[in-house]
Design a protein around this ligand. Sequence first.
Ligand code: HEC
Length: 127
Amino acid sequence: MSPSVNRPLPGIIGTVGPLLMMLFFGCAVTPSHREAKRFETEIAPLLHQRCLKCHGIEEREAGLDLRTLRGLLRGGQSGPAIIWGKPEKSLLLKMVLKEEMPPKGPPLNANEIGLLRRWIQREIPRH
Ligand code: HEC
């Protein structure tokens, strides 16, 4: 810990500072608890409904397993399915936008796409 963290800081900075540090340094290759939690509550239900038949349960098309956040980050034959902070570069979103995925049934609606986009965007990008 650097000395600046131990120095008493006024109000909000004192509270938020250490939290921000945790966010920055807590981002490793493996998903943090916070990311995993968000995935479970917001994203997994959607993927379960529309994608898992082919990417996790019956099949694992293109080597992609969308059942877990780890699976998304590992990705399939073309590489990671998502890149934190970069929705437009994330293969998953690109394929959903082009309506290539899901290949069967109606394309995802604007709300569902917005949910995915914001989720990818919100996370702190890794360097
Ligand atoms: C009916 C089966 C089916 C469903 C449902 C489905 N996929 Fe796919 N998916 C495939 C197949 C087959 C491929 C490989 C061929 C291709 O790339 O078009 C693929 C490839 C992909 C890839 C590229 C993986 C790589 O590394 O090349 C992504 C990303 C993907 N799917 C995301 C999704 C998402 C997100 C959903 C749900 C919204 C979804 N898929 C639903 C069959 C499916």
